[in-house]
Design a protein around this ligand. Structure first.
Ligand SMILES: Cc1cc2nc3c(=O)[nH]c(=O)nc-3n(C[C@H](O)[C@H](O)[C@H](O)COP(=O)(O)OP(=O)(O)OC[C@H]3O[C@@H](n4cnc5c(N)ncnc54)[C@H](O)[C@@H]3O)c2cc1C
Length: 429
């Protein structure tokens, strides 16, 4: 059994981007990706709403997302690979308090990164989208503490993409470069071994210097010079067994699909004048921030809400959507702002896991004892995957800096645990 240069656990968008960038930098190395599922991107990546925005309060999150989105644009436009990327934009409907919190973030981004955005008055939004902006006198809305829409902020550099197409792109590129992938292989454990084995039963002992030398799977042992854990929400499950902390916790997220069948809903979905696609933007309601994701090609809406307290951190193999979460949660808030959804029930729904970094809502990329951990994108891994993959590849090569798409220099240790240098993210949704 020969040793690989790198074995990557997880063929989600982060694992495959990492694999691809490692192989691009090191064409002659033997790199293997394994995943317990039978195809690429079947974990959280398949459960994503696949939206992207170049709007984050932190410098690092902004950079990760902005450079990845530029790269996806390049892949679609210049390489001719259809990622089904549509620049529909993001529209934040803001209460007066939300607006107060958002304004300094926008001003900062405008000054530092030349961010383009537009402000809309509430009445204009009402006439364009048919959104109810004044809830005064609505007892139910009051009971739910829903706020009037004060203004809207539209971000043009934002939109939707097909996560499956992104994953397939990285998978194909990796295979073209000579990388290997084995699906249907479940990693059961990380293998810890002494750096200089003595052949004594029970090694490694605490007095020996030790390292992770590969993985034990349900199909046998795979040895590697470096093991890369890109197993999304499942990272802590494997990492806990060797006592390494990554600050990643899983939390269920749910999405409900509603058809734009009724004329009023069709009109809403195909609202013109915000973008060249001719559909409504990805829309975020005032706090508690119910999300409305347009899916113009399928003529449906995806509806979601990222609930925090008291939703448990819980690892589930097959998380299921909860009917009441739509009926008594999302629906009740949604119809107050968009009565077009009255009496609409979802025709399908799905749930997945956010891999939340509980420290600061940013990804982690760090190495310990020949084990590289890459993940914790905290619900925005599709829109940051290219940058995260480049940073992980730079770490693999022992480089201090990664160059993100567009030649943007990024200090690798900024995403580590020990040398971490990020500000807490205020716009996590
Ligand atoms: C409902 C929902 C909506 C979202 N919306 C967005 C969005 O709009 N935009 C955005 O950017 N992000 C969004 N996200 C987040 C995004 O989906 C994730 O950040 C991203 O998919 C994480 O990718 P990953 O490769 O780290 O994890 P995953 O895609 O989960 O990949 C991890 C892989 O590791 C494999 N694995 C795990 N354990 C083992 C093991 N023991 N052995 C072998 N293989 C193993 C799994 O099978 C899986 O394929 C959303 C997530 C959810 C759940």
């Amino acid at each position: 059994m020969s040793e690989y240069d790198a074995v990557i656990v997880g063929a989600g968008v982060i694992g495959l981007s990492t694999a691809c960038h490692i192989k691009q930098k090191n064409p002659s190395l033997r790199v293997l990706v394994v995943d317990k599922f039978n195809a690429a991107g079947q974990g959280s990546t398949a459960k994503s709403m696949s939206a992207f925005r170049c709007l984050f309060s932190s410098r690092v999150n902004y950079l990760l997302s902005d450079s990845s989105v530029d790269f996806y644009g390049y892949v679609q436009k210049e390489l001719g690979v259809d990622l089904k990327l549509l620049m529909v934009g993001y529209l934040w409907l803001l209460s007066i308090d939300d607006y107060g919190e958002m304004t300094p973030i926008l001003r900062n981004l405008e000054a530092a990164n030349n961010l383009k955005y537009m402000e809309y008055e509430a009445d204009e939004l009402a006439s364009r989208l048919g959104v109810i902006v004044h809830l005064a006198g609505d007892e139910e809305a009051e009971l739910m503490s829903l706020k009037d829409v004060y203004k809207g902020i539209f971000i043009p550099k934002a939109g939707i993409v097909d996560a499956d197409c992104v994953v397939k792109f990285y998978e194909e590129e990796f295979l073209k470069l000579g990388g290997e992938i084995r699906y249907g292989v479940k990693v059961e454990d990380l293998i810890a071994e002494p750096c200089k084995p003595l052949g004594i039963l029970g090694e490694p002992f605490f007095w020996q210097e030790s390292r992770v030398s590969g993985v034990k799977t349900d199909c046998g042992i795979i040895k590697a010079k470096k093991t890369i854990l890109a197993a999304g929400a499942w990272i802590p499950q494997l990492l806990d067994t060797v006592g390494v902390e990554c600050f990643i916790k899983p939390k269920k997220r749910q999405v409900f699909a509603v058809e734009a069948e009724k004329p009023l809903l069709r009109r809403l979905l195909f609202t013109e004048s915000f973008n060249s696609v001719g559909c409504m933007p990805f829309t975020i309601l005032p706090k508690p921030r119910v999300l409305v994701r347009p899916f113009p090609v399928e003529e449906v809406f995806w509806l979601s809400y990222a609930d925090d307290f008291p939703r448990a951190f819980k690892l589930e193999e097959d998380p299921q959507p909860e009917k009441n979460f739509y009926q008594y949660g999302i629906y009740q808030v949604l119809v107050k702002y968009f009565p077009q959804f009255k009496d609409c029930r979802p025709y399908s729904s799905f749930a997945g896991l956010y891999e939340i970094n509980t420290m600061d809502g940013h990804p982690v990329v760090f190495e310990e004892k020949d084990l590289i951990v890459v993940g914790g994108a905290s619900g925005s891994g599709i829109m940051k995957a290219d940058a995260i993959g480049r940073i992980a590849a730079a770490l693999y090569n022992g480089e201090d800096y990664a160059f993100l798409y567009g030649d943007r220099k990024f200090r690798v240790s900024d995403l580590s645990i020990k040398g971490r240098r990020v500000e807490p993210e205020k716009l996590q949704i």
